[in-house]
Design a binder for this molecule. Sequence first.
Ligand SMILES: NC(=O)c1ccc[n+]([C@@H]2O[C@H](COP(=O)([O-])OP(=O)(O)OC[C@H]3O[C@@H](n4cnc5c(N)ncnc54)[C@H](OP(=O)(O)O)[C@@H]3O)[C@@H](O)[C@H]2O)c1
Length: 318
Amino acid sequence: MMNMINESWMRSVRIQNYGGVEQMKLQVTEIPEPSENEVLIKIHAAGVNPLDWKVREGYLAEVLPHTLPLTLGWDFAGEIASIGDNVDQWRLGDAVYSRPDFSKNGAYAEYITVSADEIAAKPQTLNWQESAAVPLVTLTAWQALIDIGGINQGDRVLIHAGAGGVGMAAIQLAKLAGATVYTTASSRNIDFLKSLGADEVIDYTQEDFSKLEDLDIVFDTVGGETFEKSWGILKKGGCLVSTVEFPNEDLAAKHDVRANFCFVQANAGQLAEISNLIDSGSIKVEIDSVFRLEEIAKAHAKSESGHTRGKIVIQIQE
Ligand SMILES: NC(=O)c1ccc[n+]([C@@H]2O[C@H](COP(=O)([O-])OP(=O)(O)OC[C@H]3O[C@@H](n4cnc5c(N)ncnc54)[C@H](OP(=O)(O)O)[C@@H]3O)[C@@H](O)[C@H]2O)c1
């Protein structure tokens, strides 16, 4: 095993029990060792996602079982600090990013071990914090619109919550695919989302998006009433894809549409393509706010408010 660290301990934020923000404790834990197919990453920055506080609360304990204590956080950018014996595609010091395995300890830590085929070179034009804001949300948008939605040039697409982490990535990917993009957001985000390429921003606090009709794809990351009202605005043969609701097959048949839940998968090939799109200026990243590891409770409270613009990031090591 090749190694460039000579310390044994790291700081990490862990939960011992499910519950509120007070369950997250900054602790000193042992730096993990990579297995033969893994690398150890020195984490510079980690992304915060709603997933993190849903896991913290125990809301996902049945669908995503974890062993506690658990390190939260499943988005990061960092550099390779140690390499397992069977790994030959990476070198010590390579700058990478990833959405690591949800079932294992996460990235609110100074180091993480990940499978060598779940990482990609980070975008060269982004700093560590911006890079950490990319993997989970951009993979989600890619898989929802391209893999599930089968988006085509000329499609008319509605992306709910355009100012959220997933929504921002989705607007930009849909424009790159040649779609006409409608999105929902509150008034303070209208100009921002137009600057990302949205053709029409519907202020959901003033207007009803169900005035739209004959859409090819609706991408829902809000759920509830927003999801329910989305069925009726699709054209026959259109596609409803949600990251938060499991669609009912009878309703899909009634509306003559396809409907799928999107559960984001790790995909290093897609991440590498995303790096190229970012470096060529085709996808922009927006940071809502940056916190230190010690401020993790504030970062979660902000994410739980449901009204961030872009991503929350944790600065971990220089
Ligand atoms: N299944 C999966 O694999 C998967 C993957 C990624 C995410 N998710 C889930 O998808 C959801 C979105 O994730 P995210 O990271 O994008 O969240 P986020 O960044 O926290 O989203 C915040 C945004 O939601 C907007 N918003 C809130 N209520 C809205 C409404 N009624 N209509 C339109 N926009 C609204 C807010 O805009 P305003 O401030 O303008 O209201 C804000 O910009 C979360 O529940 C997350 O857990 C699931």
